[in-house]
Design a protein around this ligand. Structure first.
Ligand SMILES: [Zn+2]
Ligand SMILES: [Zn+2]
Length: 90
């Protein structure tokens, strides 16, 4: 049987699907239940350097190097990369 890694309750549907701040998250690995995934999102989500939206954990992101060596994250979704693209018409 499949159980949540966090709280050990049985998880019946894989992947765990959660909508968080308008982002759809599909989580295959690690296996956590929906409430735990929501908690993880609140704890670990970060901000997109491009559109300013929320990037939940376990989602695909692009990583940019900031000026002072800081990492910046951007969505890998087309809806994000087209918003405010600085490279259009280059
Ligand atoms: Zn859980
Ligand atoms: Zn974004």
């Amino acid at each position: 049987m499949t159980v949540c890694q966090e709280c050990k309750i049985p998880v019946t549907t894989i992947p765990t699907v959660l909508e968080y701040q308008g982002e759809e998250i599909y989580l295959f690995d690690p296996i956590v239940c929906q409430p735990c995934l929501h908690k993880l999102c609140e704890r670990y989500s970060t901000q997109c350097a491009n559109c300013g939206g929320i990037i939940p954990p376990f989602s695909q992101v692009g990583v940019l190097k900031g000026n002072n060596g800081q990492k910046q994250f951007v969505h890998m979704t087309t809806s994000c990369t087209t918003v405010g693209s600085a490279f259009y018409g280059y």
